[in-house]
Design a protein. Structure first.
Length: 190
């Protein structure tokens, strides 16, 4: 896995509060370990607050505000979970457009736990096979996705997992899909 992501930049899109910290830090470390450059993108400057379930954990400095970030500058996107994080992101038009642009650009996207809520808002799950935290399965099915209860699911550059216990498999697939580059089938249909 070492150096498989040399020269690749990966955006981690996170709300100011409510991200499940381990779902941010473990994929971040996997990207770094593989030689990639992760960058924290959020909806405002400053720092974001991580959470260990419902308890406040560490803070992390924001590298770029989503309204000033261009998907063209990144080779992949990671969407960590937590309940509040994707629920907030899906209400921010710039964040939703940012996510959608990765699909239009055929770039790898990874989402874990509750993060597929943001994918639903970006209208990129129709006809796709994915997983999530179990409580999202009806939302995903209603948005046209095929929901499955599996540790990690890869569908043409879209990587999804259910929960923190799935992080080893999730992180491995994140690195693999970003290393592979663009996926033609990733582009969302008009």
């Amino acid at each position: 896995m070492a150096n498989t992501l040399d020269g690749k930049r990966v955006a981690f899109l996170v709300a100011p509060e409510g991200v499940e910290q381990v779902e941010l830090t473990e994929p971040w470390q996997a990207v770094e370990k593989a030689g990639g450059q992760p960058e924290l993108v959020s909806t405002q400057e400053g720092s974001i607050q991580g959470f260990d379930h419902l308890d406040k954990a560490d803070t992390f400095p924001v590298d770029r505000v989503v309204g000033d970030a261009s998907p063209d500058d990144y080779d992949g996107l990671v969407l960590p979970g937590g309940v509040a994080n994707p629920d907030f992101l899906r209400t921010v038009p710039e964040a939703v457009r940012f996510v959608g642009a990765f699909f239009s650009g055929q770039k790898p996207v990874a989402a874990i736990c509750h993060a597929p809520w943001t994918l639903i808002e970006a209208d990129v799950v129709r006809g796709r096979r994915l997983t999530s935290w179990p409580s999202l399965q009806t939302d995903l099915r209603n948005a046209g996705a095929e929901w499955v209860d599996e540790e990690v699911v890869v569908d043409s550059g879209l990587v999804t997992s259910r929960k923190p216990d799935d992080l080893p498999a999730f992180c491995a697939k994140v690195v693999e899909e970003i290393a592979e580059g663009k996926h033609r089938a990733q582009a969302r249909s008009a």
